[in-house]
Design a binder for this molecule. Structure first.
Ligand code: FES
Length: 74
């Protein structure tokens, strides 16, 4: 999975596996999730932002309690 700090207080976790052709090449850059294989781009909510990303990407639930960050595979 890819866990990104998207703001001072917010984290977002998504699968590292791209929905385009299954490459495990998702990274977080320029405020979006991006696949380095063929350029699929996904929003912080997992929505596809271009044609290679049209199937979206799985987003995990992230919660923070004190110093403990929990990612749930829901
Ligand atoms: S496998 Fe990610 S864009 Fe093709």
């Amino acid at each position: 999975m890819v866990l990104a700090k998207v703001s001072a207080t917010e984290y977002v976790a998504v699968t590292q596996t791209c929905s385009h052709e299954g490459k495990k090449e998702i990274v977080y850059m320029n405020s979006q999730f991006y696949c380095t294989a063929h350029g699929a781009a996904f929003s912080k909510t997992g929505a596809g932002l271009n044609s290679n990303a049209r199937s979206g990407i799985k987003v995990f639930q992230v919660s923070i309690a004190g110093n403990i960050l929990t990612v749930t595979n829901n």
